[in-house]
Every structure is written in C-alpha cells, then in structure tokens.
Ligand binder design. Structure first.
Ligand code: AMP
Length: 409
C-alpha cells in the first residue's frame, strides 16, 4: 500500500479522507490526524440533476462553489479531488493514509470498523434489503474511491456497530422468531458513531473512566435517537430495524402502533411505498406542524402558534418517555448527554426535556443552559446527583480516528 513512499513521508503520512455518500450527495472531509485539524471539507449535492452543486471549503479559505450537472458519484468524487488538488491536497499525495467511509448498515457481522475487502463489500451488499435507502449509496461511494486510489486501505465505519453490544432481549422484537430470523428483522440501532464518540467525550468532561459510567445519550438532529450506555457499551437504543423507530424526528414519526400501517393500507388504500414516504418524510415535526427546523418551531411557539406548540409538546413527551425508560434500563444514571443540531443548540428543548424529572435527580441550571458554545459543557446545577451535559458530536472525526487507527495496524 505504500510502495512509492520514501521513509520520511511514510512516517509523516497522517491524512485521512472521510466520505459520507448519500443517494444523491457526497460529504467529504480531509483531516490531518497529527492535530485532528480539518484541511478541507465539502459537499456535493443533487448528484444526477442539472442543478448539482459542489461547495468546497479549505481550512483557511473562503468556500468555493461549482454548479452544473454532476452525473454520478464518480464525477462527484473526481470534482472533489480536483478542488482538493487546487489547495495542494491532491488525493494522489503520499500523505493520504486511508479513506474512511460511513456505512449505515453493518447488520450482525460488523461490530468494529473494518478494512474493506471484496468479501466485506459483498456482505454490505447482502444488507441492502434491510437498508435500501442507504447501503447502495455507501457501496457506490466505496467503489468510486477504490477506483481512484486502489492502493489505499479503505475502511468502513458502521452506524450500527456501537449497538452490537445490545443484549438479545433489547435487540429482539417480540414477533415469531423464525419469521424474524428469516428476514433479519431485529433492532440494529443507528447513529452509533455519534453515540460512541459522545459517550467518550462525556466521560472526559466528567473526569471519570467511561467504564464506570451509566449514560443516557440523546442525539437530537434532524434524525434523532437515544441510547442507554453502561460502562461505554450500548445496552439499548431507540432506532430499530431502520432509523424510523423511536423519538419524534424532523420528518419521521418515530414509535407508532404498527397497526397504523395496515389501517392506512386497508382504509386509506395506500401502498407500502406511500406509507413508507408518509412515515419517513411527512411525519414527525413536519407532519405535526409543517416545519422541521427547531428554531422555526420555537419562533412560532413564542408567537402563540398552536400547531407548533403541539409539535413541540409531542416531541418533548416522547423524549421524556425515553429518558425514563433508559433510567429504568440502566438502574442508575450518572449523566444525560445532549448532542447534534437540536441537542447542542436548543436550550428550550433541553430545559423542557428534563422539566419535572427532579425525582430522577435531573435538572438544568438556566444560566448554564443558556450559554452558547461549541465545547462540551455541564448544564446541571452544581452538586446535582445526575449530571446533564451538552457534548457536540463529530462523526467525521470519529470515522477518521477509527480509520487511522486501523490503517496503522
Ligand atoms: P443535524 O441533523 O444534527 O445537523 O441537526 C439539524 C437540526 O438541528 C435542524 O433541523 C434544526 O432543527 C436543528 N438546529 C440547528 N441549529 C439550531 C439552533 N440554533 N437552535 C435550534 N435548533 C437548531
């Protein structure tokens, strides 16, 4: 993998490219793992449409934009590579150690980041039926990157991996075991890279080994999930077979009586695809009030908008139910940790989520909660029995860290 490098360069080589390939987008970051700095970040969106757009942001420069059709992932990655080369960061550089890929579904096989071989790629393909929206795009991203740098290690970092430690009683749905196993129906969980990173950072913030801690991690972004983490290992999480289960999200319903789906089919005559689109794209906050951005919802609530107030109340009620459930799963809670777009930025959500939970030892200090910062911080009052914390997530850094560690082994 490093035949053309001289020894000095090999020792110094420290760059990792992180790729997050969606069905019509690619996000990329080039990191230098010596100081974990971001040398460049970028996003290619609307791939395959005439209105494709690439926005590339170098570390110390202004964002540059390209518009016009980018036909496929191959062209997208080539365009990104050209932008990187223009900054002196070409992907042909011997400084590049490995490419790390976010892969959404790792099924039962993958509980660790994994160097991608033909066999690994085949297994990711075998999981397409359980992750039809995500894994095909991830596979395309991997193939494209392999074609660009066949000599480099490519590493898959799975969203499901952190949750493989869930005990069987948390991972099983209470349905016929043969049917479940024949179709690989079970709770896999997602956002695992974020839950793992945030758990570790929360332990650092608390100044205690993660092995000693029981944490409830609330990843509240446009997608949202909660995890119960005992001693650094996930023991339960709110997303299931797919990222639809659990909390109320920007556009997804979260938990719902499964009979709603047969009802929609039998009574409203909707097809499986129509119900899928309803629950994944037109539900959650958007379904309840027409907006999925928490800033806009809070603005409307403050103006007395009743639908926005209802959406906020449903969102918070579900969050509280999960905090209570995971307190019971863990038995003892050391900290509740908020992360992702809403969790990091919305003081009203954090305040409302723990309001009335004093019986669980939970409270936020209004002054601390109001502070805006990109740093991990405590927002519970001094001397609180259970810490409440805000820990910004960084999935790309975590993917780069895991990729770098594996590529160096
Ligand atoms: P993510 O998926 O983690 O990028 O989170 C995106 C979501 O974070 C957006 O849809 C907003 O609802 C929310 N968000 C971002 N910034 C803020 C903010 N300043 N206040 C409240 N919510 C925010």
């Amino acid at each position: 993998m490093s035949t053309n490098r001289d020894t000095t360069t090999e020792e110094a080589a420290s760059r990792v490219l992180v790729l997050n390939s969606g069905s019509s987008s690619v996000k990329y970051q080039l990191l230098d793992m010596r100081d974990r700095s971001r040398l460049a970040t970028g996003l290619v969106e609307r791939i395959g449409e005439s209105s494709s757009r690439l926005v590339h942001t170098p570390q110390d420069g202004e964002p540059r934009e390209r518009t016009g059709r980018i036909a496929d992932h191959d062209q997208a990655l080539k365009a990104a590579a050209e932008e990187l080369a223009a900054d002196g960061l070409g992907l042909d550089s011997p400084e590049l150690v490995a490419i790390g890929h976010r892969v959404v579904h790792g099924g039962l096989k993958f509980s660790e980041p994994t160097v991608i071989t033909d066999e690994v790629l085949k297994e990711i393909e075998r999981l397409v039926p359980v992750a039809p929206l995500h894994n095909p795009a991830n596979i395309t991203g991997i193939r494209t990157a392999q074609a660009l740098r066949p000599d480099l290690p490519q590493v898959a970092v799975f969203d499901t991996a952190f949750h493989r430690s869930m005990p069987e009683h948390a991972a099983r749905y209470a349905i016929d075991v043969e049917t479940a196993d024949a179709h690989r129906i079970r709770r896999y969980g997602f956002h695992g890279t974020s839950h793992a990173y945030v758990s570790r950072r929360a332990a650092e913030l608390l100044g205690r080994p993660v092995e000693e801690l029981n944490l409830i991690v609330l990843h509240l972004g446009n997608g949202a999930s909660a995890s119960a983490v005992a001693g650094g290992k996930c023991v339960d999480t709110s997303m299931g077979l797919t990222p639809l289960e659990g909390l109320v999200m920007g556009t997804r319903s979260g938990d719902i009586d499964p009979a709603v789906t047969f009802h929609l089919k039998r009574v409203a005559g909707m097809s499986a695809d129509e119900i899928d689109a309803l629950l994944n794209q037109r539900s959650g906050l958007v379904g309840l009030c027409g907006d999925n951005d928490m800033r806009e919802i809070r603005r409307r609530v403050d103006e007395g908008d009743e639908r926005a107030a209802l959406a906020f109340a449903v969102y918070i009620h579900r969050l509280k139910k999960y905090i209570g459930a995971y307190a019971a799963v863990l038995g003892r809670v050391d900290a509740v940790v908020f992360t992702a777009g809403v969790g990091e930025n919305s003081a009203p959500v954090r305040e409302a989520a723990v309001a009335g939970l004093e019986g669980f030892g939970l409270a936020v200090d209004p002054g601390r909660n109001a502070v805006r910062s990109g740093e991990p911080r405590l927002i519970s009052p001094g001397g609180a029995r259970v810490a409440v914390a805000v820990v910004p997530t960084d999935e790309e850094l975590e993917i780069a860290r895991q990729t770098f560690a594996l590529a160096h082994n």
